[in-house]
Design a protein around this ligand. Structure first.
Ligand code: SAH
Length: 243
């Protein structure tokens, strides 16, 4: 997977890539990240990338020229290459979308700043608009990092053999069960007995019912679309009776 990030703040992106799973993925050649500084494509003595909005109003708008030229400078790796604009007006980014995007060869992520980008850029150069949530950030950089992080951990090899994403929250439409590690007793709080039993079937059942219980309590909306087995339905019935 190749990512191209177009931004006015390249160091915000490179800083995050210095450590952790993404750093390892870059080192291991599993992902490649190229950062393009939009200002490098701005002209004039001040290399301005923003200007006042036509029609008046607050704030500044990112000029189309520098961004368009920056986009043209990015080599396309093939057909499975997508140009995506980070915007609060975009499709909500979800785990399902992360899986979908992990099939692409190249994701070109455009980070807005100020009041956003000139509308003509959307029409001329953008394949898809993504939002990372219903709130307004001061720039698209965090959004681009969120997309790169969530997508990369789905690429085979990125998490390494010891880690799996199969049981993560959202993967089967449910929240993940609670996790514990040593010590057995912490501040008087004990690890649930079943996890120490060594009985794998019991542990599996306990985790599944915890997963269902949490989802029911915290995100009941997710249960409507989760893929539930007959066993899950039984567990849910029991949970319903208890409450
Ligand atoms: N005036 C714009 C918001 C501009 S926020 C509007 O109301 O639609 C500045 C930039 O931050 C945007 O161009 C976008 O790239 C980024 N941004 C802000 N909130 C975001 C979100 N929820 N998801 C993705 N990008 C976001």
């Amino acid at each position: 997977m190749r990512y191209d990030v177009l931004t006015l703040f390249p160091e915000m992106i490179s800083a995050y890539l210095q450590e952790g799973i993404l750093a390892r993925a870059v080192k291991g050649g599993l992902i490649r990240v190229e950062i393009t500084d939009i200002r490098d494509y701005a002209r004039g003595p001040h290399r301005t990338a923003d200007d006042r909005p036509f029609g008046g109003g607050d704030g500044m708008v990112m000029k189309p020229g520098p961004l368009y030229r920056a986009l043209e400078s990015v080599p396309r790796t093939g057909e499975r290459s997508l140009v995506m604009l980070m915007t609060p007006q975009g499709e909500p980014f979800t785990q399902r979308m992360a899986w979908e995007l992990s099939e692409a060869e190249q994701l070109i992520l455009v980070c807005g700043r100020y009041e956003g980008v000139d509308e003509r850029i959307r029409k001329l150069a953008i394949d898809r608009e993504l939002s990372v949530g219903d709130y307004v950030l001061s720039g698209g950089e965090l959004g681009a990092l969120i997309v790169m992080d969530a997508v990369s951990r789905l690429i085979p090899g990125v998490l390494g053999g010891e880690r799996s994403n199969k049981e993560d929250s959202f993967e089967d439409g449910l929240l993940e069960y609670p996790q514990y590690t040593r010590p057995r007793i912490f501040q008087g709080e004990e690890v649930p007995e079943v996890l120490l039993s060594g009985n794998h079937e019991k542990i599996r059942l306990w985790r599944r019912s915890q997963s269902l219980k949490r989802t029911l309590e915290k995100r009941p909306d997710m249960l409507r679309t989760a893929s539930l087995s007959p066993e899950d339905e039984k567990i849910l019935e029991k949970l319903d009776k208890k409450s």
